[in-house]
Design a protein around this ligand. Structure first.
Ligand code: FES
Length: 133
């Protein structure tokens, strides 16, 4: 079963949507209410889904806009800014940098991702600061 490991596990399992729809694009951004640094890419490559932090660990490049290729026998996304490659399964790169990856499950045709916050395929509205009078 795809549930948090223990009551202290702060991750939640989030329903993202139907696989039939999500498999139509190689990558989508899943927005986090915690901010841009917590957004996640949902990749669909060769019949499999993968989830990884959307901002590159090097300098914040948008990995969802990167090329996806098999290099050295490893399925990788290449950052569009400086071309670092990250293993879609592990988040490891050929450098010391590593991307956080997240567990993805298919249940009854729906895609679920395990993450510390809610995720949405639509950006969350910006909060306006409240002024005290
Ligand atoms: S920002 Fe991604 S490789 Fe530099």
């Amino acid at each position: 079963m795809f549930l948090p490991q223990s009551p202290s596990d702060e991750c939640v399992v989030i329903l993202i949507g139907p696989a039939s729809e999500l498999s139509k694009k190689p990558c989508r951004v899943m927005y986090s209410p915690l901010g841009r640094d917590s957004d996640v890419c949902l990749f669909y490559v060769r019949g499999q889904f993968f989830a990884m932090d959307a901002r590159c660990a090097h300098s914040g490049g948008p990995l969802c806009e990167g090329d996806i290729e098999e290099a050295d026998g490893v399925l990788q996304v290449f950052c569009p800014w400086h071309d670092y490659g990250y293993d879609l399964r592990t988040g490891k790169s050929g450098t010391l940098l590593e991307q956080q990856v997240y567990e993805v499950k298919l249940v009854d045709g729906d895609v679920y991702v395990k993450h510390a916050s809610h995720l949405s395929l639509r950006p969350f509205p910006m909060c306006k600061p409240v002024r005290e009078t």
